[in-house]
Every structure is written in structure tokens, then in C-alpha cells.
Ligand binder design. Sequence first.
Ligand SMILES: NC(=O)c1ccc[n+]([C@@H]2O[C@H](COP(=O)([O-])OP(=O)(O)OC[C@H]3O[C@@H](n4cnc5c(N)ncnc54)[C@H](O)[C@@H]3O)[C@@H](O)[C@H]2O)c1
Ligand SMILES: [Zn+2]
Ligand SMILES: [Zn+2]
Length: 380
Amino acid sequence: MKTRAAVLYSLDNPKPYSHSKPLRIEELELEPPGPGEVLVEVAGAGLCHSDLSVINGTRPWPVPLVLGHEAAGIVRETGPEVTGLQPGDHVVFSFVPVCGTCPQCATGRGSLCEPGVTANRAGTLLRGTTRFRRHAGLEAQPPLKHHLGVSGFSQWTVAAQESLVKIPKDIPLETAVLFGCAVMTGVGAVVNTAKLPPGSSVAVFGMGGVGLSAIMGAKAVGAYPIIAVDLLESKLQLALRCGATHVVNGSTVDAPAAVRDLTSGGVETAIEAAGHELAIAQAYASTRRGGKAVAIGLPHPSKMLSIPAVSLIAEEKTLMGSYMGSCVPSRDIPRFLRMHRAGNLPVELLRSRDITLDQVNEGFDALDRGEVARQVIRFH
Ligand SMILES: NC(=O)c1ccc[n+]([C@@H]2O[C@H](COP(=O)([O-])OP(=O)(O)OC[C@H]3O[C@@H](n4cnc5c(N)ncnc54)[C@H](O)[C@@H]3O)[C@@H](O)[C@H]2O)c1
Ligand SMILES: [Zn+2]
Ligand SMILES: [Zn+2]
């Protein structure tokens, strides 16, 4: 069948993207789902900084690829050997396919699924296949890769069943989109990675879709104070609406010092969602003795992190990474949807605006300039 999709051809694209147009909107052929695979009609897909990081070379994935890893849609066809999903089901995509049986999955660490990460690195679906093709006459061009098993910037996509989580049909799909990355990552970092206890103090660095979700998660579990740190005043105002109790503008003050002042010596937990190694070091420096820093942002693989070595030991600090919120998607997406239903995750606040597939390059300019939290591509 045919599908319109956003294809990324190279990793070093000059700004502004509205001019260089790194994402080309093309009509592709989509092969039917193979064994264990599912055809999904995509309802919406969010623009995450990790997509921007592929466009600017910070996340070097194989190209050409059909971009997009935060999406939701409706199952339209199932391949052989698919169990538990049928046409008409509403689904959220997980950006790591979770096999369920590898050593990581067996110990509840689905976000580190070994075959899942191997397939993501290769730009294939979990079973090693690719399903996007060019029209006749263009087959000599390099094969098209999948982005993290999702490729959500396409009207239609094929995904492994292990990349899909079924959700209730009464949740609007354009809201459900955000649970695929921003919410799973930000709330998961709070409840799974940091295991934030009620009443504990927290600072979150970086108020994009991910950091704002962490703020909501911190409020939902009863943390106090909840200190939002960003370089942009507009983001800090949004953070207050999402549940932050205090804000620190890191462009005008020394952010770790300000956080320590607000909490007589530092927060118990600091969460970094800014995507810069210096912000990770700042988050770490904002914690008190015995504190914990959780890093979410994804700097370029060449970047090194520098912290005072002795503080780790003499102050018994902890530094942890959090990928996909340390989530098991089939467990945590339904759980976070229930928190949303209960009124504890007002994720609508993350959705700055909706755009069309044709506006995707302009959308990444807006994300790069920090003008928006999440933008959602709507296909209908
Ligand atoms: N670990 C994971 O599983 C995972 C998942 C999704 C995204 N990410 C990464 O998390 C990061 C955030 O993603 P996003 O989509 O929310 O990004 P975003 O661009 O929407 O937001 C980032 C925010 O950080 C702010 N910022 C930049 N430098 C800062 C600093 N030094 N101090 C404080 N704030 C600063 C920016 O002003 C912006 O508001 C990115 O690096 C992204 O690649 C990781
Ligand atoms: Zn993401
Ligand atoms: Zn696994």
C-alpha cells in the first residue's frame, strides 16, 4: 500500500530546517506486516528532541530513515503469529521493542531489551525486517530504515507487536501519543528510576516535554518542593502550570547554587532532561549529601561528563541514567494512563500545537528555538 512519510537522508543538516528541508515528504510503498508484525494507521506523532538530535547529528542513527518515535494509532491488519492485538485496537508505540524473554526483560528491565536495542541500532523491526520501499524505478536507492521500530512520521507504518501497547479506546489518540515518549520517559524517571518518595525534594533541569512530564510525575507522587530549572522564562511559566512550586532561570543565576539555597543544602533528587552534559553535572551539583541525580538527556556519544570524584564517595551521592523511564511499556503506559484519568497527569499542557506532516521541518525549527513543548503531527 501507499503511505506519505517524512524521510531523513543525512545527519548534518544546516539550520533553519524550513530552508534546508532535511525531512522530505515522500510517497512510499509499505509492505504488509510479516510474522509478529502489525499494520497501524497512525493518528498522531509527537516531535521529540531525540528526533531533532537525529536531524542535527547528535543521535547518529542509520539513514535514510522514516523518522518519529512517539506515536499512537489504530491497528488495521495483523500478520501471522500476532497474539493479543486485532484490527480496530488503539495502540501507543514503545520506542524500544520489548521481547519479554531476554536477560534484561526477564529482570523487568524492558527499556534495555537486548534484541530490541540491537534492532533499533540496525534500523530494522524486531525480527530484522524493513517494510518501507520506494516506488518502481527507484529501487537502486539505499534501503529505508525504521526509526526505533516506530517510524511515526508516516500515515501508515508496520511495527513489531512487541513495539505496541493496547490502550482503552476512550483516551483521545492525540493525547495518547504523548505517553509513547514524553510521559513514559519523564514520569518513568520519577517513579521507576528515582523511585521518588512522597514529601521528598526534587529539582528538574530542562522543561521540554520530558522534563515537564517529570514535574507532573513529581507532583503526582507528592514531592515538595518541586523546583523547575530552564534557561527560558516561557518554559518556567509552563512548569508552574504543570506542578512546579519554584522556578530557577539558569540563564541569569548559578542554577545549582540557587537550588541549594532554596533547599538548605540541596535537593534529595535532581532529574536532568536538558540534553547537555553540563546540565547533568549541574543536576548532580544541586543534590544534597546522600542525594541522587537521574540523567535523561542524550548528549552526542563523544561528550564526556565531569563531576568532582570525591563527592560521589564522601557525600554518598548516586548518579543514574534513565532510558525510556526504566519502563516496561505494557505495565507502565496503562499505569500512567490511569494516573492521567485520575487527574494527576495533565498532559494536555504538553501539547503546544498540532501541525501537518508538511510542516514538520518548521516544527523542528520551533523545537530547536525552545518555542514549544510538544507538537503533534495529525494525519486526519
Ligand atoms: N532517556 C530517554 O529515554 C529519552 C527520551 C526522550 C528524550 N530524551 C532526551 O531528553 C532531552 C529532553 O527532551 P525534550 O524533548 O523534552 O527536549 P526539549 O528540547 O523539548 O526541551 C529541552 C529543554 O531544556 C532546556 N535547557 C537546555 N539547556 C539547559 C540547561 N543547561 N539548563 C536547564 N535547561 C536547559 C531548553 O531550554 C528546553 O526547554 C533530550 O536530550 C532528548 O534527546 C531522552
Ligand atoms: Zn523521545
Ligand atoms: Zn528483551
